[in-house]
Design a protein around this ligand. Structure first.
Ligand code: NIG
Ligand code: FE
Length: 431
């Protein structure tokens, strides 16, 4: 059976063929096809044809039609950096920050990641699964069809495995593309030495799960892991042929980006304290720079990253939510808004940051990330008539329809039953 999305204000597609992540003068590679029908067959996009072809398609029979009501058609969004698998909530720290406490002070007093270590420790698999699935479903409600999911909130092997299993289970439900990242080196569990713990993660745990994860990651920063641990995880990852992601230069510049010299990485993320020399090293790693505007903004509105510094060095940029107990959001419209309004990012580049470049960042580019025949039919129909309105009226955009691999998850603004169950955290009923 075929599906046709008709009556849209346009379909957003690349303006030039895509051969790799978009950077520099190609960052804004995007155009709108008007009077166009999007044809979906099975799980995939079959074609884009002139709207006038609809009668012929109707005559062929077996056509299911989806009315876009004048909305714009975009690819499903890709959230390429999340810590969405966790238990609990840390709203108390939100108020502590509002009173002037810093992220590092909160962590040093046993809060932050340490607090979530203990919340994950006392919550069973089912509980973490239900909470995580509900967050994923919220992301889907704002147009996201692919998520990177990090571990990192387990203070021992068993808890890290629990989080990995949550990511796997959600991936198997088929409501979103899930990429799994092993963030074994998040912060050093209390009572352990950094070196001892990093060695354990790299030499014992990573080999056991190497074939179950897509990426490794490390929080390399003051109060987390230092350069020796970075070298250790980089070596271990390359030994197992797992691409590395790095939380780098977020709180402070302790030399993490510089230490990546001579290495290949999938992405470097946060990057709030980088100089030109760091950007040269970053360029040489082939990694994508992931900017996380919500997190930067919540640290301090003065610390927003500047997109033009990355694009002038020809470094591709992705945008992501960083969803965690510290930045509790999955809404990529908010990231679009913050990036365009405060990070000097053109709207087209920002959209490519949650689609094309995010797909490359996660190694999903052959499956999803932009609209073209042969790609999975991960498709958003939004209730605005022009993509330029998305950051501007970011809180006033609704997903009218959403398709994941050709299957409707949202229809006429309403979650389909499968998504509704996920929103309620009722994962067991999927089985
Ligand atoms: O990317 N920076 C490290 N990790 C997360 C937040 C972790 C937390 O505070 O729970 C981040 O912001
Ligand atoms: Fe993060």
């Amino acid at each position: 059976m075929r599906l046709a999305i008709f009556n849209s204000s346009g379909i957003v597609v690349p303006s030039d063929p895509i051969y790799g992540p978009l950077s520099g003068k190609f960052s804004s590679n995007l155009k709108v096809l008007e009077d166009a029908l999007l044809i979906i067959k099975g799980r995939k996009i079959e074609n884009i044809v002139p709207e006038s072809k609809i009668n012929a398609l109707r005559r062929d029979g077996g056509l299911k039609e989806i009315d876009a009501h004048g909305g714009i058609v975009l690819p499903g969004f890709i959230d390429s950096h999340t810590h969405i698998a966790f238990a609990g909530s840390r709203e108390n720290e939100f108020y502590m920050k509002a009173e002037g406490k810093t992220y590092s002070e909160i962590q040093a007093s046993g809060g932050g990641i340490y607090r979530t270590f203990s919340d994950v420790g006392i919550t069973g698999f089912e509980g973490i699964m239900a909470q995580t699935l509900m967050r994923i479903a919220h992301g889907i409600m704002t147009g996201t069809t692919s998520f990177e999911v990090k571990t990192g909130y387990g203070s021992d092997d068993a808890d890290e495995m629990k989080l990995l299993q949550v990511a796997e289970k959600i991936g198997n439900l088929g409501i979103a593309n899930i990429r799994k990242t092993f963030l074994g080196l998040h912060v050093v569990p209390s009572g352990m030495s950094e070196n001892e713990y990093a060695e354990h993660i790299c030499k014992n745990l990573l080999p056991r799960i190497a074939d179950r994860v897509d990426f490794t990651d490390i929080f390399c920063d003051r109060g987390a892991f230092g350069l020796e641990s970075l070298a250790m995880i980089a070596e271990a990852s390359s030994l197992h042929s797992i691409p590395l992601r790095v939380h780098a230069n977020e709180i402070e510049d302790i030399g993490c980006v510089q230490a990546l010299k001579g290495r290949r990485i999938a992405s470097a993320d946060h990057l709030l304290h980088v100089d030109d020399g760091d950007l040269d090293v970053l360029k040489s790693t082939g990694g994508i720079a992931t900017l996380l505007p919500s997190t930067a903004f919540s640290m301090s509105p003065d610390s927003m990253p500047d997109f033009t510094r990355f694009s002038s060095k020809d470094i591709p940029v992705a945008l992501a939510s960083d969803c965690s107990p510290s930045t509790y959001t999955t809404n990529l419209f908010t990231e679009l808004y913050l990036a365009v309004r405060f990070c000097r990012m053109p709207v087209q580049a920002a959209l490519n940051g949650i689609t094309v470049n995010a797909a490359f960042s996660l190694g999903l580019e052959s499956q999803t990330g932009w609209i073209e025949p042969g790609k999975l039919a991960d498709v958003n129909v939004l209730d605005v008539d022009d993509y330029r309105k998305l950051p501007y009226q970011h809180d006033f955009v609704r997903v009218r329809h959403l398709l994941k691999s050709g299957r409707l998850l949202i229809k006429d603004f309403a979650p389909e039953e499968r998504l509704m169950r996920a929103l309620n955290g009722e994962w067991a009923k999927f089985n």
